[in-house]
Design a protein around this ligand. Structure first.
Ligand SMILES: Nc1ncnc2c1ncn2[C@@H]1O[C@H](COP(=O)(O)OP(=O)(O)O)[C@@H](O)[C@H]1O
Ligand SMILES: [Mg+2]
Length: 392
């Protein structure tokens, strides 16, 4: 004898019955009206959640505006070129809030070359866009040359971007129908300080600075990726910015070309330019003066510090850690070679990419030197030629 299953009454059903005076279960079945009620209730809840998030951010904006007014007069005197204080950025995606930045503090000084490393989605671009005045934070402050730029109007921000900030992006973002020189001249048109001749001279000087004066009359499609990025760097410097921000500057380049671009950046940095770059390319950090790591919208430890005196114990610990990493690195190289047996030539970058970043980033010596040492320790099983390991 079969028996129809008995439907258990849920707390939600009880709520329905209490608020409507109707039965949620009727003749052993869930009532249609209850189902409708449940659907509507859910939709209402989502709507409410969305409103809460929006109103919260409105309250926060209001509070920041008030503080901002009080700080607006400040400026002129400043200790750091850029000060980032407790920066938060939350994006609203449909009904979910994505916390891209969750309390970032950072100071940048003249002459720094900062690299912020981190996996994709960790918030690097968001942070860079806020520092560069391309977007405004949900909470927190950014001071540029002593001026709070976190609450400026779009017009004021545009002016700051034009006059004080240089941008370099992963895909160069050059105007395709213009020559290299015309591209470099674009920011000069906006500032309107120079004569036509003055602009041409300045553009040419900048192209010379990046070693591309002979390519001045070529369009981007006639230039290699590395050359296009160098034009973009020249363009970034056209308005004599206080700082140049770079988002994955080597992201679209092969490692050799990437290193050439990084050498140029280091050269410019040594002549006084200030950079803040974000990337997940470990090579960038080798050229930077200060390296930070980013994870889940927060900045973690600074990897490399120029000028800070380590205590002896700190030095010893770091040395021990990096020596351990060196050994780990060697065994990972072997592991890679073992699983890729039969290949005669292996790009060194492929080996490097097979090793966790936490190891590669914290080695006592250059990766290639460690690879060389390993080869020498093991009957010279191969040799390094440029970017490639040739196996015997
Ligand atoms: N405009 C946007 N709208 C919604 N979510 C965004 C937006 N931009 C970035 N995000 C989200 O914020 C987080 C951080 O993104 P992003 O700053 O681009 O990281 P990264 O540059 O390190 O890859 C990611 O989860 C991303 O999906
Ligand atoms: Mg990014």
């Amino acid at each position: 004898m079969s028996k129809s299953p008995i439907i258990e009454k849920t707390p939600l059903m009880e709520e329905y019955e209490e608020s409507t005076g109707k039965l949620a279960i009727w003749k052993g079945e869930i009532s249609k009206n209850f189902k409708k009620w449940k659907k509507k209730k859910k939709a209402d809840e989502i709507k409410q959640m969305k409103e809460d998030i929006l109103s919260q951010s409105r309250i926060e904006k209001k509070r920041m505006k008030k503080e901002f007014k009080e700080e607006k007069i400040a400026g002129k005197d400043y200790d750091h070129l850029i000060v980032v204080e407790n920066l938060h950025k939350t994006y609203l995606l449909g009904t979910t809030a994505v916390a891209a930045l969750r309390g970032v503090d950072l100071t940048i000084d003249n002459g720094d070359f900062i690299d912020i490393m981190g996996p994709s989605g960790s918030g690097k671009t968001t942070l860079l866009n806020l520092i560069g005045g391309l977007d405004t934070p949900t909470r927190g402050k950014i001071f540029l040359e002593g001026r709070n730029i976190s609450m400026l109007s779009d017009n004021d921000l545009a002016e700051i971007r034009r006059e004080r900030i240089g941008f370099v992006f992963q895909f160069y973002n050059l105007l395709p129908q213009m020559t290299a020189m015309e591209n470099v001249m674009v920011p000069l048109h906006f500032s309107g300080k120079l004569s036509r001749r003055g602009k041409r001279k300045k553009a040419m000087d900048l192209l010379r600075l990046v070693g591309l004066d002979e390519r001045a009359h070529h369009t981007p499609s006639e230039l290699s990726g590395g050359e296009q990025q160098r034009v973009a760097i020249a363009r970034a410097f056209a308005n004599d910015p206080a700082i140049c921000v770079l988002d994955e500057p080597t992201g679209d380049l092969d490692s050799k070309t990437g290193v050439m671009v990084l050498n140029l950046l280091r050269d410019l940095n040594q002549r006084g330019a200030t950079f803040v770059a974000v990337s997940h390319d470990a090579a960038v950090s080798e050229f930077a003066t200060r390296v930070f790591h980013m994870r889940d919208g927060k900045l973690t430890h600074e990897g490399k510090i120029r000028g800070l005196k380590e205590t002896e114990i700190m030095q010893l610990t770091r040395k021990k850690e990096t020596e351990i990493n060196k050994e780990k690195c060697k065994s990972k190289i072997f592991q890679y070679l073992y699983t890729n047996q039969g290949k005669m030539e292996v790009p060194i970058n492929d080996i490097k990419n097979s090793i966790p970043n936490s190891i590669v980033m914290n080695l006592p010596e250059h990766f290639n030197d460690i690879l060389q040492e390993l080869i020498e320790e093991n009957n010279h099983f191969g040799r390094i030629e440029g970017d490639v390991l040739i196996l015997n």
